[in-house]
Design a binder for this molecule. Structure first.
Ligand code: UGA
Length: 435
């Protein structure tokens, strides 16, 4: 099928490339000329495992352009995969969705189905359909369908090629049949529903996962108080298939471009309809506090951070990506710098992007070990393999004072027990043989 995809961020580009892998002819549209030039050469502008290879493999079915009119003119299906960032009040900013909707209305010369993949507030698909229909330049039939995505960064290609489910929110048979044709060769279960339910499924799924993380983080904090071990607790809960064993990893809190934004957006929407989501509010509050948990721990060991040498391991919001959006590292580093600490940081892919946030303020190391040299304190924000591979010996031999604050529970508590060290992680016993 002839498909156009608007936006080449995580959602748009991965969708476009995976649709090409399934034999469709895909034109990916973006406003950023530099990005388009890169993609034309088969270079992925985002760091995502497996994506560059898949792009190169499917290059003959992929076109990249800034010329939206040529892409939309005779497309059978147009996917909208642009960002819906958070506004100051927490609601979703739909300006990019409507910009694309307008361009579609001005360009299409053939009947087509417009598919909204971006995460949008419930009811948006109805509005986008009305908007496009009332702005059409040519006399054509346009239907809008909702098809939320469930890909996670770092596993985006696998999550798309073998999705846990394909949700199709269609207002009529033509829409439904067109999307069934698009996904005919995909092996995932398909759920056909109305558009509002499809939009709701996306928010309900993301916010449930965020809630699950905040829940386990609260339990972890209580485990520290009462002397229980969160990993055993989570494992014990996970045996129950009604609970499931995923997303029960306690840590320094969730970040990324999705959970923080989508929890706030649904909470905002609930308030708009005079129905507050109390559970989502709690998930947001717990997460905001959790992000500062290591700093609170640090102050138990050093009342002032002024003049300290701090090692920071991991900057990205999770391993496998260079994305820093809402990463716990950002707020923590800001406070550490304000408090007068100097920082040696390590991240295998996100260092350059981080430097743009705090220009020239940190020293970046090529190896995780190097960041530890001479440190008074170590913060771990991302569980990269390179960070997990460090040994207690690395910390003890390189740090001036081996106080390790592990926000991702990268190591076993026992491995530090025979050392002169502070090893303080999340929801587990603290090893303190220093003080
Ligand atoms: C998330 C969802 O997992 C995807 O299903 C969804 O499609 C995507 O948002 C989206 O809406 O686009 P993503 O933000 O890429 O994907 O990353 P996750 O793997 O979900 O991790 C989010 C955050 O939660 C990370 O900071 C991670 O460290 C944290 N997390 C995750 C935990 O703290 N504990 C866990 O057990 C799992």
């Amino acid at each position: 099928m002839k498909i156009a995809v608007a936006g080449t961020g995580y959602v748009g580009l991965v969708t476009g490339v995976c649709l090409a892998e399934h034999g469709h002819l895909v034109t990916c549209v973006d406003v950023d000329e530099k990005k388009v030039e890169l993609m034309k050469k088969g270079v992925s502008p985002i760091y995502e495992e497996g994506l560059p290879e898949l792009m190169v493999k499917n290059m003959e079915r992929l076109t990249f352009t800034t010329d939206y009119a040529s892409a939309y003119r005779d497309a059978e299906v147009i996917f909208i995969g642009v960002g819906t960032p958070e506004k100051v009040d927490g609601s979703a900013n739909l300006k990019y969705v409507y910009t694309v909707a307008k361009q579609i209305a001005q360009s299409v010369e053939k009947d087509c189905v417009v598919v909204v993949k971006s995460t949008v507030p419930i009811g948006t698909n109805d509005k986008v359909e009305d908007f496009i229909r009332s702005n059409l330049v040519h006399s054509v039939n346009i239907d809008v369908a909702s098809n939320p995505e469930f890909l996670a960064q770092g596993t985006a290609v696998r999550d798309t090629l073998h999705a846990s489910r394909i949700v199709i929110g269609a207002g009529n048979n033509r829409c439904r049949e067109t999307l069934e044709k698009v996904y005919k060769t995909f092996d995932s279960p398909k759920l056909i529903t109305d558009r509002r339910s499809a939009e709701m499924i996306k928010y309900a799924s993301n916010d449930f996962l965020a809630l699950k993380i905040s829940y386990i983080n609260e339990i972890a904090n209580f485990c520290e108080t009462i002397g229980a071990n969160i990993e055993d607790v989570a494992a014990g809960m996970g045996f129950d298939s009604r609970i499931g064993n995923k997303f029960l990893k306690a840590g320094i809190g969730y970040g990324g471009s999705c959970f923080p934004k989508d929890t706030k957006a649904l909470h905002w929407l609930g308030n708009y309809y005079d129905q507050e989501f109390k559970t989502i509010k709690a998930a947001i509050e717990v997460n905001d506090n959790q992000k500062l948990k290591l700093l609170k721990k640090a102050r138990q060991y050093y009342p002032s951070l002024e003049g300290l040498q701090v090692a920071v391991l991991g900057l990205a919001f999770k391993p496998g990506t260079n994305d820093l959006r809402e990463a716990p590292s950002i707020v923590n580093v800001g406070i550490l710098l304000d408090d007068g600490a100097s920082i040696r940081a390590y991240d295998p892919v996100a260092a350059k992007a981080f430097d743009a946030l705090y220009p020239g303020k940190l020293t970046y190391c090529d190896q995780a070990k190097e960041a530890l040299n001479g440190a008074d304190l170590c913060f771990i924000f991302t569980e990269w393999d390179e960070v997990r591979a460090l040994t207690p010996e690395d910390f003890c031999s390189r740090m001036k004072t081996p106080i390790i604050l592990d926000g991702r529970n990268c190591y076993s508590v026992e491995s530090f027990e025979a050392r002169k060290v502070v090893y303080d992680s999340i929801g587990r016993k603290t090893v303190n043989t220093l003080f």
